[in-house]
Design a protein around this ligand. Structure first.
Ligand SMILES: [Zn+2]
Length: 310
């Protein structure tokens, strides 16, 4: 049974950074956002984190051979039909009910569990990390019988997330297209919905560890030791030698899809990005702060951070 660490949270909350640091731990293999594997990799042959096209990456070729007898045997249309039928944010209340789900939920989950099991075997890792982020997919995976699912719920200040969604970020692997953008109002609503969905998942008995991105960056060493414990790994202090004062030294990874940071190799600065405090217009900041106030408070974020030194 594959042990899966699922990184969840609204996009732009720092999951890729957490993923990259986890990927440097022994016995961990990070896979990127598997939710996009079907279209972007199997079908569109986009680039793996190692720089190769998906079809040319030897790691992923071996995973596909073991999981499906080759990626060509995956019916991507079927995966998409199942996704549309079961993996939507609006279906979360249905997925969260206690009784047996629609058989399509298990069928959809089985595509993921086959990838996880094969990736664990090919890499020899005891933990594989899927940073798909989507809360609905985490609720689907709860119903897979053959994975040991543990969820890391990454939370970042809703105003920082909203500011990040207003910026244009290119997707280097997709030649000329940009990542999606959301208005601050839309981002605030999504922030509430996705974060609440992970709270619900925890109440359904799934092991969920919530981390605040800002806190993670303040002391990545302690945070990683704690996450390794949550993943059932024993880590020696020397396993964290890739962390320096304010930076991490990253090796090559095989992330299948996700934020462009997945391509970074070498020294990555680790610093908080608080640009929103200065750059998010006051009206938008008020709007997001008001919409997200109950959960910002619950997570321990100051409602007026410019007045309170962090
Ligand atoms: Zn690769």
């Amino acid at each position: 049974m594959a042990r899966v660490l699922y990184l969840g949270g609204l996009g732009r909350s720092g999951t890729t950074l957490v993923e990259r640091l986890l990927g440097e731990l022994p016995s961990v293999r990070t896979l990127g956002e598997i939710v996009h594997l079907w279209q972007r990799d199997i079908r569109d042959n986009e680039r793996c984190g190692c720089g190769s096209r998906f079809a040319a990456c030897s790691f992923w070729r071996r995973v596909g051979d073991l999981a499906f007898g080759g990626w060509a045997n995956v019916d991507v249309n079927r995966v998409h039909a199942l996704r549309d039928a079961v993996e939507r944010t609006r279906y979360i209340p249905r997925l969260a009910r206690a009784y047996h789900p629609d058989p399509q939920v298990r069928e959809y989950a089985s595509f993921y569990s086959r990838v996880y099991a094969a990736a664990a075997e090919v890499s020899g890792a005891s933990v594989v990390v899927d940073s798909s982020k989507h809360s609905a997919l985490a609720h689907v995976l709860r119903w897979a019988d053959d994975i040991d699912l543990r969820v890391v719920h990454v939370v970042r200040d809703a105003r920082g997330v909203a500011y990040s969604w207003t910026k244009t970020v290119a997707r280097p692997e997709a030649d000329g297209s940009d990542m999606t953008r959301y208005s601050p109002g839309r981002s605030a609503l999504l922030w509430n919905a996705h974060n609440a969905a992970f709270g619900l998942l925890a109440r359904r008995g799934v092991p969920v560890r919530r981390i605040r991105y800002e806190q993670f960056l303040e002391d990545p060493r302690t945070a990683l030791l704690s996450l390794a414990g949550f993943a059932g790994l024993t880590i020696k202090p020397s396993d964290l030698d890739f962390l320096g004062d304010g930076y991490a030294d990253l090796g090559v990874g095989h992330s299948a899809a996700g934020n462009p940071m997945r391509f970074t190799v070498g020294r990555l600065p680790l610093r908080r990005d608080d640009a929103w405090v200065r750059s998010l217009p006051r009206s938008q900041r008020r709007l997001v702060g008001a919409v997200c106030a109950p959960m910002l408070r619950a997570y321990g974020y100051p409602l007026n951070p410019s007045l309170e030194p962090s």
